[in-house]
Design a protein around this ligand. Structure first.
Ligand code: SF4
Length: 376
């Protein structure tokens, strides 16, 4: 289903922020979550209409996020409606006392595909600092036991920052030990409560990408990255080195892109073609505002006024984001722009322009290297 999907008409994944309410106060919260629910949240009935519209977009994956989705008492009714329609739903609840055995049982009964928990460090000290709540690590460990008992596949989400970069080996060991199906590794974008000073450097990004690629070859879980489109470039470069086929890089990439095969390259985990903000990816806020991603706060419309399909397909913001030839700076001339394109969210967060170049990529595109040689 996913590989042949045309991202100009249908996204691969839809993220719906069911609520912004959450009991935690994480250091890098994108949503700047609040303790109380917003009365303007999409209602259950509006949610059902939204799910119908999402299904019409060639049935993409649907993720319930927050805030904490469990702060909505109707979360499992919404999930049930989606699952009965045939939508694959997963959820990213916060590790709070709301995650009871009963809640997990309900999730299992309605047929939730996967449960994702955040773990930002291999120890309580690191993780709890990050999440701003003592006891969050221990609670997560305990709830993972429930998930295993009920045989619900587990995903771990980790935000890479200067707080945990020195503990990544231990973190990977923990993900393996916890028998997770997917490790979703987020690279910090300075938006919401995320601070630029907490980010790792561009060179460190590159080193972590290489480390992740090597790791992907020896672990049983899949690895997926978020806000790290240039990881795809690192994977492709590695594959090419391994195949000792460095003769015609561009031709190789073009062939892959044209055949829609970039998603089948080993090591890319769950990602199909080059998913990027607004390109295979769409985010709906708790009040129905539509954004290219939760990390790119440029509103393209609201589902109370237009369908999600109309906004995704026709908004000039989304259309521009799906056109890497229009990107500025080095991303715009890079031979990897159609498979990578850099994080549009990070470009926006750091320059104010989502079409600008990814500021945390060390790669110098061939076109610029050639230009440099000619000028010298
Ligand atoms: S320059 Fe841009 S498109 Fe090229 S690899 Fe870096 S982030 Fe990706």
């Amino acid at each position: 289903m996913a590989f042949n999907r045309d991202f100009n008409s249908d996204p691969f994944i839809v993220i719906w922020e069911l609520t912004r309410a959450c009991q935690l106060k994480c250091l890098h919260c994108r949503a700047e979550a609040q303790y109380k629910r917003d009365p303007r949240e999409l209602s259950f009935e509006e949610g059902k209409t939204l799910i119908d519209q999402i299904y019409e977009m060639n049935n993409p994956m649907l993720v319930f996020t927050g805030g904490d989705p469990l702060m909505r008492p109707d979360v499992f009714d919404i999930a049930e409606y989606a699952v009965k329609k045939g939508v694959r739903v997963s959820m990213t609840p916060s590790a709070t006392p709301n995650v009871t055995k009963e809640a997990i049982e309900k999730a299992k009964n309605v047929g939730l595909s996967r449960w994702a928990f955040s773990l930002d460090g291999p120890t309580a000290e690191i993780h709890d600092h990050f999440r701003g709540t003592a006891g969050s690590f221990d609670l997560t460990m305990e709830r993972i036991k429930y998930l295993h008992e009920l045989e619900i596949p587990i995903q771990i989400n980790t935000v890479i920052s200067r707080y945990n970069i020195d503990y990544l080996d231990e973190m990977a060991e923990l993900v393996e030990k916890l028998d997770c199906v997917l490790w979703s590794v987020f690279f910090l974008v300075p938006t919401g409560r995320g601070q630029e000073s907490d980010m790792i450097s561009p060179v460190e990004h590159e080193k972590v990408f290489q480390w992740l690629y090597d790791l992907s070859k020896r672990v049983s879980f899949d690895i997926k990255t978020t806000a790290a489109q240039h990881y795809r470039r690192v994977v492709i470069q590695n594959k090419m080195r391994e195949a000792k086929n460095q003769k015609d890089e561009i031709q190789y990439l073009d062939a892959l892109t044209q055949q829609g095969l970039t998603g089948s390259i080993d090591g890319l985990g769950r990602a199909p073609k080059g998913v990027n903000d607004g390109n295979g990816f769409v985010f709906i806020s708790h009040v129905g505002d539509v954004y290219p991603s939760g990390l790119l706060p440029v509103k393209a419309g609201n589902v109370r006024e237009q369908t999600i399909g109309e906004i995704y397909r026709e908004s000039p913001i989304f259309q521009d984001l799906r056109n890497p030839d229009k990107y500025k700076g080095k991303c715009g001339v890079c031979e990897f722009r159609h498979v990578c394109g850099g994080s549009r969210s990070r470009a926006y967060a750091m320059t104010g322009d989502y079409m600008e170049s990814e500021p945390f990529c060390v790669y110098i595109p061939k076109a610029l290297r050639k230009k440099e040689k000619t000028t010298n």
